[in-house]
Design a protein around this ligand. Structure first.
Ligand code: EPU
Length: 328
């Protein structure tokens, strides 16, 4: 029997997950753990593995559908791991060879360098993407403006290479710290990673944090660029409604004649299809909206119906972008 005191961090038995996802559907998990720092995350992971569970990582729940019912095992939420800071000049601190990720508690004698001279940020997995973008904007750092309006946390964003037509999160990565299956930390340099379209290429490893590098740019220009991207996105996506973001990946343009998943679904008559309280958005057909009170079963049945419709009419089998946590 496992009890809350067995865990090295906040631990909630039979925790509801729906409100921790942007689509707001799904059931409970046996154990929800909330480590507050990388050390607690590592310990929680090791204990879960010792007990025979392979923990799932939950960030902002932005690209996720949790099934109804009871999810067995452990979910580790990075909610409390929100730190974001400018790296120390580790050379000045006489700590060459150390990753900036290790400098969360800086020795008082070292000040960070001039922002423009070292336009990097150290970000822990649970920091929200909007927080990263705001910090970059306030420092006059350019590189992620195209991700404005993307919800979720850094960890999930890196795992699935969040982004779109105006750039991807991996565009600014210097290195990523991950948790290996055995519970050890590994620092992966950008050059050794192969992120692809909607896939960070991390092989399911948990993200602990990352070092990001930007281009210095006058703050007003960064503000203006973010504003333009946000306006463009608001015009075509149901950004203020309950959704999981785009449901399907865009297909290979050679197969689809350059048509996006949303366009294909619209052309096949998928807009407005519904199951229970789940409906295909009239604004952008690659979004499913929870009108309030939808179940995961409604959403999953609707996804299947849309995929079958497109396959039947075009011969193209759309591949899911959102992750599904199955309870069986
Ligand atoms: N379109 C339609 N009907 C629709 C939706 C779109 O005809 O219902 C057409 C648009 O008019 C446009 C084309 O399809 O000509 C592409 O649409 P859009 O510009 O909205 O881009 P997208 O390919 O659908 C991608 C990402 C989004 C990201 C945007 C903007 C994928 C699957 N989606 O969307 O990412 O926000 O670019 O950068 O790659 C997400 O990943 O969750 C997501 C929303």
């Amino acid at each position: 029997m496992t009890s809350a005191s067995d865990w090295p961090c906040v631990a909630l038995p039979r925790a509801e997950l729906a409100d921790r996802t942007t689509l707001r559907v799904g059931g409970e998990v046996e154990w929800l753990l909330e480590p507050a720092n990388p050390g607690e995350l590592q310990e929680a992971w090791k204990i879960a593995v010792e007990r025979g569970w392979r923990p799932r990582l939950l960030g902002g729940g932005a690209n996720l559908i949790v099934e109804d019912g009871l999810l067995p095992g452990v979910v580790i939420a990075t909610e409390r791991m929100r730190l974001l800071f400018r790296p120390l000049d580790v050379a000045a601190a006489g700590e060459e060879g150390q990753s900036p990720l290790d400098s969360a508690a800086p020795p008082a004698r070292v000040a960070p360098a001039d922002p423009a001279a070292d336009p990097r940020l150290v970000v822990w997995a649970g920091c929200t993407l909007p927080t990263v973008l705001r910090a970059a904007r306030d420092l006059g750092y350019s590189g992620l403006e195209g991700l404005v309006g993307v919800p979720g946390h850094l960890g999930g964003g890196l795992a699935m290479n969040a982004g779109g037509r105006w750039g991807e999160i991996w565009d600014v990565v210097v290195s990523v710290r991950v948790l290996e299956a055995d519970g050890s930390f590994a620092d992966l340099e950008r050059g050794t990673c192969s992120p692809g379209y909607r896939d960070g290429g991390l092989g399911g490893r948990a993200v602990v944090g990352a070092v990001l590098a930007f281009e210095p740019r006058p703050k007003q220009e960064v503000v203006e660029s973010m504003r333009e991207h946000l306006l463009a996105k608001n015009r075509v996506q149901p950004v203020s409604l309950c959704t999981a973001g785009c449901i399907f990946k865009n297909p290979d343009p050679e197969l689809s004649g350059g048509r996006s998943a949303g366009r294909l679904i619209e052309e096949c008559g998928g807009k407005g299809l519904s199951r229970g309280r789940a409906v295909v958005s009239e604004l952008h057909a690659n979004f499913i909206v929870n009108r309030g009170g939808a179940s995961a079963a409604d959403v999953l049945a609707l996804i299947e119906e849309v995929a079958d419709l497109v396959a039947h009419k075009t011969g193209i089998r759309l591949e899911m972008e959102v992750e599904v946590w199955r309870s069986r």
